[in-house]
Write a protein that binds this ligand. Structure first.
Ligand SMILES: [Zn+2]
Length: 734
């Protein structure tokens, strides 16, 4: 960028560029630059804004994640109620609705319909208002909207339809929501400076799966379906969390923003409204189609059902709206829904199959979960052979017995659910009661059901089933990140042969008693997570499919994990109710394990407050932390981990100046970023890039065909990073 431009001009140009890429990526799904290049632009803007804080404006792309709403979410009335739609479940109901619409309008009038996919998410109302104040050359006066831009001022949830919650701080983090619609776009879309956009926020399936993977890794229950996950996310009081998940906002209503008409349709037809929204930079679902008859609408529905599984987001039907707003007005409303629109709901995707058996799995915390083993059945594109039964209460509620035929439903859910027991001539009832084991299926310890809790637990701390889950959790990517310690390796460390492990995984206990009670063939090499750090190469070489190279690599990874920061170690200890975020908060607050233990074990009420004072830690979580650290076995484990060399540094959340005081040398070709981009990233994080390697060099970042600089770094013992290592260094700790 030419330095002749004033800082303000540079900032404006960068913002425009970033907005253009955000629109391309998040609205149009078209990618023009790599993530690294995008990050570099953003970092440059951040750096410039840091130098010129007076030039920071709320619509800058850097301002998507702002402060938390201090008072929670403020209840705010909607301009016009956000009504739900009447539903139709069959072709006949849809045709009846079409007849009612045409009966209510003059027979000479043509009726057109707009068909849109019914997204299974959460409705939002976004309010835009003219930008006020002077901008370059602008007169800044109101009344001359056409010269100014419109800014996002408010985002409301549907709430009860009349009053919503102000979730503006979270809405701002959704990148498909423009923070600003510039004058040119307003003009092209023929929009005033004030308007309201209504639409649906959804969590794409990929983002949903990723989120659940993380939740499971943290020992949390997975979210049931993307809609619940989106709803939970948008109502989180942490804009940071919202920003990390990829929510998408699809716009479908365009309304007047102010005056008497506030909340009424802004344009004469729905077709024009969708086009204007698209022009203004909003994400509008590309499947929307205008049709001339209900027959064409039915054809649209059939097509939508066909593509349903390949969309990447959940839909549960099709919405059909009368296109012309004059006709909408004449049709009006019933008590609670417009007569001019209807939601056609797809039939739920369900199937009937036989419950062959119930298996009991023991989790990391010892929790026993009943899992239904089903005769495989094809539902909505996948073969289903497992379904969750949650707990004893759920089994009682369903009244299900082994051998029953059950209705299994697959919504947006991760794990299919049993809805009900089927009983008719073709589906006789099963006879076998589901009996919860009294003892752990693995270690035979008597199970305990704590007062007020639904779940049974194996309380044996050295239960092999628990240990297996613990080891997998401890080694997982978001915890100690020991890649070589996967499922198969864990099973081997616990003395199982690979054949045993595979048989166990495949059968997963169709004969539950026997299969899960299988005794390992060999002696276990580990009895606790600490034992990972005493493993020797000789031991590893006795295992199947382990050679010199993989043994060395695993040992190096284990060695490396000794430097894992405190928050990850806390997560790895598996304290109940302590997930990623709580672990980070504890590490930030106490700085060392000793401090945390001191705060957790002092008996006075006042000290207790030390825990609950930490953000997000309530009495229940505090109690569980205190429980954990008052257990001598756990304290002994921690002592041993320290003795084995775990350093547990308290890594503060990374700020923009993370690389402050560090000098880097770049050499060779990096896989995805240019050396220029790498340089910018380092510099924008406060680091320095030098041309030659010396003892003062902190890191050498080496790519393919690195030359003499790499050799020199090796001879001087300077740490060497690859691109991934550099990115990890730049990444804020989560
Ligand atoms: Zn057990």
């Amino acid at each position: 960028m030419a330095s002749r431009l004033s800082p303000q001009q540079q900032i404006e140009a960068l913002r425009e560029e970033i907005r253009r890429h955000e629109h391309l990526y998040y609205v149009l799904d078209a990618l023009e630059i790599s993530d690294a290049e995008y990050d570099a632009l953003m970092n440059r803007l951040k750096a410039l804004e840091a130098e010129h804080p007076e030039l920071v404006t709320p619509d800058s792309p850097t301002q998507r994640v702002g402060g938390k709403p201090r008072e929670g979410f403020v209840k705010t009335p909607h301009s016009r109620p956000m009504l739900s739609l009447d539903n139709a479940y069959s072709e006949a109901e849809l045709r009846a609705w079409d007849q009612r619409v045409r009966d209510a309008l003059p027979s000479t009038e043509r009726v057109r319909y707009v068909c849109e996919l019914k997204l299974d998410g959460l409705s939002l109302a976004l309010h835009y208002a003219p930008e006020t104040g002077n901008r370059e050359q602008g007169t800044g006066n109101r009344g001359a909207f056409a010269n100014g831009a419109a800014l996002l001022v408010r985002g409301l949830t549907r709430g009860d339809g009349t009053i919503g919650e102000d979730v503006t701080s979270n809405v701002r983090t959704i990148r498909s929501v423009p923070l600003r619609v510039d004058a040119a776009k307003l003009k092209a879309a023929k929009l005033p400076g004030s308007f309201e956009v209504r639409g649906e926020v959804v969590l794409p399936q990929a983002a949903f799966l990723k989120m659940n993977e993380q939740r499971v890794a943290q020992g949390l229950a997975p979210a049931v379906n993307p809609r619940n996950a989106a709803a939970g996310t948008i109502r989180t009081l942490e804009p940071n969390i919202v920003a990390q998940r990829r929510l998408d906002f699809y716009a479908y209503f365009l309304l007047h923003g102010e005056g008497d008409k506030a909340g009424e349709m802004l344009l004469p037809t729905q077709t024009e409204a969708l086009a204007a929204l698209r022009t203004a930079g909003f994400r509008v679902n590309t499947h929307a189609t205008t049709v001339d008859s209900i027959d064409q609408a039915l054809a649209f529905i059939a097509k939508a059902e066909g593509v349903r599984d390949s969309l990447g987001y959940e839909i549960d039907g099709v919405v059909i709206k009368v296109d012309a707003v004059v006709q909408q007005r004449r049709l009006g409303f019933t008590g609670k829904a417009p007569r001019w629109a209807i939601a056609y709901k797809f039939p739920a995707r369900a199937g009937i199959t036989k419950l062959e058996d119930v298996l009991f799995q023991v989790g990391r915390t010892g929790k026993l979960t009943p899992v239904a083993a089903l005769s495989p059945v094809f539902i909505g594109g996948t073969t289903v052979s497992r379904a969750t039964l949650h707990n004893a209460d759920e089994i009682a509620r369903l009244g299900v017995r082994i051998g029953d035929f059950v209705q299994v439903e697959r919504g947006g859910d991760v794990i299919p659910k049993i809805i009900s027991v089927v009983e008719d001539a073709q589906h006789p009832r099963g006879a076998e009661q589901i009996v919860f084991p009294t003892h752990c299926p693995r270690c035979k310890t008597l199970l305990v059901r704590e007062e007020g809790e639904v779940d049974y637990r194996c309380v044996n701390a050295s239960c092999p089933a628990r240990l297996e889950e613990e080891l997998r959790h401890f080694a997982s990517r978001s915890v100690m990140n020991i890649e070589g310690l996967g499922e198969v390796m864990v099973a081997q460390l616990l003395g199982h042969t690979i054949a045993e492990h595979e048989a166990d995984a495949a059968a997963a206990g169709v004969e539950s008693e026997e299969a899960t009670a299988d005794a390992p063939t060999r002696e276990a090499l580990v009895a606790s997570v600490a034992d990972i750090y005493t493993l020797t190469k000789e031991q590893l070489l006795t295992l199947e499919r382990v050679g010199e190279k993989s043994a060395d690599s695993l040992l190096a990874q284990i060695e490396n994990s000794k430097q894992a920061p405190l928050n990850r170690v806390l997560l790895g200890l598996g304290i109940r109710h302590v997930g990623e975020r709580t672990a980070q908060a504890l590490a930030d607050e106490f700085g060392s394990l000793d401090e945390l233990i001191a705060a957790s074990t002092s008996a006075t009420e006042g000290e207790e407050d030390k825990l609950t004072r930490v953000n997000d830690i309530g009495p229940k979580v505090a109690a569980s932390i205190r429980d954990f650290f008052s257990n001598p076995t756990n304290l002994a484990l921690i002592k041993r981990l320290k003795k084995l060399g775990l350093t547990m540094p308290a890594e503060k959340r990374v700020t923009t100046s993370t690389l402050e005081g560090l000098t880097f040398v770049l050499t060779g070709t990096l896989p995805t970023m240019t050396r220029e981009a790498a340089k910018e990233l380092i510099e924008s994080a406060g680091g320095k890039v030098s041309g030659s390697v010396s003892k003062k060099t902190n890191y050498v970042v080496a790519g393919e065909e690195a030359g003499s600089k790499l050799d020199k770094a090796q001879s001087l013992g300077v740490p060497i990073l690859d691109e991934a290592g550099l990115r990890a260094l730049l990444q804020p700790a989560k």
